[in-house]
Structure formats: structure tokens, C-alpha cells
Design a protein around this ligand. Sequence first.
Ligand code: CA
Length: 225
Amino acid sequence: VEDELDIAELLRHVFSKEGFEVDIAHDGLAALEALRREPPDLVVLDWMLPELSGIEVLKEMRARPETRMVPVILLTARREEIDRVLGLELGADDYVTKPFSSRELVLRIRGLLKRGERPVDPKEGALRLGPIEIHAADHRAIVGGKALTLTLTEFRLLEDLVRARGRVRTRETLLAEVWGYDSEVLSRTVDTHVRRLRSKLSEAADWLVTVRGVGYRIQDPADER
Ligand code: CA
């Protein structure tokens, strides 16, 4: 979703060359319309758009069940960190700052798409840790009998932490496992997603423990000293 025609055409060229099928919308309303017709595997979403801004499109996507789990990479020309954090807070999976490197953008797209391909045995039962229940086959997470409304990144993050069975997961490990790439500069992205995930965990929120300077783990809060 990009209103600047030269950038939109550049992206179409780059993505097509990579073998992706590309559909371009030039404003926010057209984007929502296209998303209603056919949810894609991933959205690259510009922040500054006519009609509806990228942030408004993102909010709407996260409110709709059919696009809640579609990964979103936000394209932003803004330098202020606050805007990027806001994007992540509102459910973007990642962001890339303009002017961007096409190679970097493609790497991140591949990372986010690849993690969705982890083979899941449909007969695999629920994973349970404390009050948290994970159904990997259909991306459901349940706490206290209630299904959580998570984005795909939040689900993967929780699944990874539950599978670790209380072991600490560093930010670097989480980036590699959940986002599909390593980067030292992006640990802020992990922190923001963990904060957001924790706010959605209701009575299990205390179980998602920050290990200062290292990373995160899921642990019975009663065991913490
Ligand atoms: Ca724009």
C-alpha cells in the first residue's frame, strides 16, 4: 500500500522479481477494499497515505478477524522513534524506515513469511503451561477458557515461550525464531511486542516474566523470588 507511484512501481518490480504475486493499493480506502476481497499473505503498508492513513488501515486490519493475523510491515518516512513504537503498539509486526534498502525489506518479508511455514502435526494436542493453552494447528491461544485475540507475531512469541518450558529466551533468539531474522538493533521491537502480548494475557499476564538484561520466560509468578 503506497501512494507514491515511483516507489509503488519499484516495490512491484522488486517483489515480482523475487517471485511474489503483488497487488498494489494507492490509498487507505482502496487498501481496505482489496483486503476485504482477498486477504494477502503479508502487507507492506506505507504510513502516510491519502484517504486513510497507514495507522488507520492497520487498526482496521487488526479489528477484522480475517486480517488480524496477516503480517504487516510498516513503511515510514518519519524519523521519530515514537511513531515506530506506535506502529508496533497498534499491531504492526515490523517497520522499515524510508529511504529503505529493497534487499533489507525483502529479507524481512521472507523472514515473516517463513516462520508461518513451520510444519504442524494436525494431531498434535494442546501445549499447556500454567494457565496458558496453545493450539498450534489453528493458531489459538486460550487463557482461563477464553481465546485471546492475538496477531500472528504475538501468537508465535507466546508459542515460542511456552515451548521453552520456563527457560529464558533472549531477544536475539526470539527475533530469529519469531521474526525469522537476527538483528541487534531491533530488540526494541521484541520488547514492544512482549508488552503488548502481556497486556492481552489477562490472568496469565504475571506469568510472562522479564529477565532483566537477558530476555523473557514464562514462569509461575509464585516461584519468583
Ligand atoms: Ca506515502
